[in-house]
Design a protein around this ligand. Sequence first.
Ligand SMILES: Cc1cc2nc3c(=O)[nH]c(=O)nc-3n(C[C@H](O)[C@H](O)[C@H](O)COP(=O)(O)OP(=O)(O)OC[C@H]3O[C@@H](n4cnc5c(N)ncnc54)[C@H](O)[C@@H]3O)c2cc1C
Length: 500
Amino acid sequence: MQVTLAGYNIDVEIIEQVARITNEYPYDIEDFDHLIDLLTKLSGETLSPETVAAAYARISRSDKDMKELRREARFSISRTRRTNERIVFGYGHASIAEHAIVNLDITGISRLAIEELESHRLASYTESSQRYIAMTGDFVIPQEVIEAGLAERFRSDCEELFSAYHDLTDKLERKYANLPDRDRNTKTREDARYVLPLASRSQVGVTINARTAEWMIRNFNRSPLAEVRDLGQQMLSAIKSIVPSLIKHTEPNRSLEAAQSEIAYMSQSLVHNKLDENELTVELIEAPLNGELNALASILFGSGYGSFSSCLSALEKMNSSRREALLVTAHKCISVHEPLRRELELGHFTFSVTLSSSAFAQFKRHRIATLIKQRYLPELGNIVPDSIIEVNGEDIFQHSIEVSNNLFELLQDKLNDDNKYAAQYALTNAHKRRVIFKANARELTHFSRLREDTHAQWDIRGIAKEMIRLAREACPALMLFASGKDSFDTLSEKLFGNNE
Ligand SMILES: Cc1cc2nc3c(=O)[nH]c(=O)nc-3n(C[C@H](O)[C@H](O)[C@H](O)COP(=O)(O)OP(=O)(O)OC[C@H]3O[C@@H](n4cnc5c(N)ncnc54)[C@H](O)[C@@H]3O)c2cc1C
């Protein structure tokens, strides 16, 4: 794995100044560090996002013009850094660090480690998709596995899984031979990849602010995965010199690890872990009892002058069709690119979902939701794509699952207690885990637009459809606008009539 600094924000006046100078003296520069050195020399200023953060930090106590504050912050970088440290870490005005943004290229990272990376909500990620890219057989051999002397076994089993992926790819390509190239590739790859291990490598572009970066590094430093700890160290070395005054507390709180072991012990001794035969794939744990009323009352509240309780009693006098009409009017002619009104956040739904790693990879991208995950459990079984059965690929598939499960068992047995988490590298995209997913009606409608749509992958689309069905059954008005993007026009016409 490699973490490379790809970019960061600097004051526009430095950019303008450097542009002026480099236009006069064009340089041919390929090396990034060299470029930074050169630009620093050319501009005579330290190129750091810290100056923008420091200038903004001073806004609250200074009546100077913002341009002037930025200029002052650039004038003495050492003073600027002292100010940042005092305000961010001394006063605890930590949001100042959010004005410093970095872009990172993360290459050669495993799918398992990406899950830890992307569990951080306040950041932006774009990763290569196994739906669209042909996988070539690149995977990590985790440090924990090497230390246990199992590297060769791990390598040969992963190679076997990649070979199964190629065999399934051939079969699926034949099935989809009549489709245009792009569709054939997507349909083939999105299903063949179910046999790939979570050790498969990928690459991700990440944009984060310094506050999130510090939090991430601190979390990564106490990860049970050596790869994730390495990610934390590499991130720190990539950005520390750019934002030294904004990254300070990166040492993990070790007592949290002890607490985690204790709570894991309690959970395992208190809760039976046998599979429940009646366990549903998607279960609605909680729907907002008063969510509809509260959301609708708050629409009246936000647009008028009455107290919240008087808005509620006005609503209580309305029948359900009048309430629906109020909601429809409040969203009249909304487009598919616009979110619902914020008032719909007053209704929360909580689901328990058992899903494949493939579906989880997409699920976890919904940052406004609350997502609590368990480890992958081979006992939960696997998702087998229908297409694989149709091309008689089930034997290849089941053999791959056996290879993966046996390797997982071996790692569970041989890795020491601190390293057992790494056994999950052996599992595949078809393996399942349980999650709890909580989202408000506004976010859930957004989720539906993306994940019930025809462009969505079939696995997550099936889950999304069931989630929305359950939510709609419990609170029809709150879920009135839920539909895939592709059905939005039909829904819009039904709700708002012809907009012409
Ligand atoms: C068909 C399809 C293909 C995809 N392919 C890829 C792929 O190849 N690679 C890949 O990496 N991802 C891919 N994704 C995932 C996609 O990029 C999003 O990460 C995912 O759909 C979550 O959606 P979101 O970002 O809109 O929403 P959420 O994270 O659910 O957030 C909800 C809303 O909150 C707002 N919001 C949240 N965070 C921010 C923020 N930081 N800044 C501004 N607004 C914010 C936005 O309005 C957003 O719509 C794909 C998704 C779909 C549906």
